[in-house]
Design a protein around this ligand. Structure first.
Ligand code: ZN
Length: 172
């Protein structure tokens, strides 16, 4: 999702999201619709808080390492994750637009450049030899190049490709 090889452990986020969904269902079953609305507000505020934490951390790391932040365009995040069930589940309903806007303003305050990158084919492109093929992604969550044999975690490969495109965009 984000480049510079920054990864976030989605397990905790997923766990909380599942708890919220369970509560919502239980309240709906007993017809407590006003409570459902109240809970939805609490969930939105929680997502907002997590987005603040994630964006602050990303900008801190980028600043410390004198790096730019590369973001996929928001539609691209959805598109790229078609093949990743795990990531999709974690980010479904997540307010990515809010996260991106938090990153933008925090980065601007710190003087860290933010670059938007076209994420097309980043999940299918080999970062070593440039081979683009959907067969590079035969196994769920894993990348293996059909040409040169390079292999790695699929999310990591996507992030490497995004970072490479960001460097291109910067003319570096
Ligand atoms: Zn390759």
């Amino acid at each position: 999702m984000l480049s510079n090889n920054i990864f976030f452990d989605g397990r905790q986020i997923r766990w909380r999201k599942e708890r919220w969904a369970e509560r919502r269902k239980a309240l709906q079953r007993v017809g407590r619709l006003s409570r459902v609305k109240k809970e939805a507000g609490r969930e939105r505020r929680w997502v907002r808080y997590i987005n603040h934490c994630i964006s602050r951390r990303i900008v801190e790391i980028a600043k410390a390492e004198s790096k730019a932040i590369a973001l996929e365009n928001l539609l691209g995040i959805r598109e790229r994750t078609k093949g990743s069930k795990k990531f999709n589940r974690m980010m479904s309903g997540w307010n990515l637009r809010e996260l991106a806007s938090f990153i933008e303003y925090k980065a601007a305050l710190q003087g860290v450049p933010v670059i938007y990158v076209d994420p097309k084919e980043t999940s299918k492109t080999c970062p070593k030899c440039g081979n683009v093929s959907r067969y590079n992604r035969k196994k769920q969550g894993w990348f293996k190049c059909t040409k040169c044999g390079y292999q790695s975690d699929a999310d990591r490969v996507g992030a490497i490709n995004i970072a490479a495109r960001a460097l291109d965009a910067l003319g570096a």
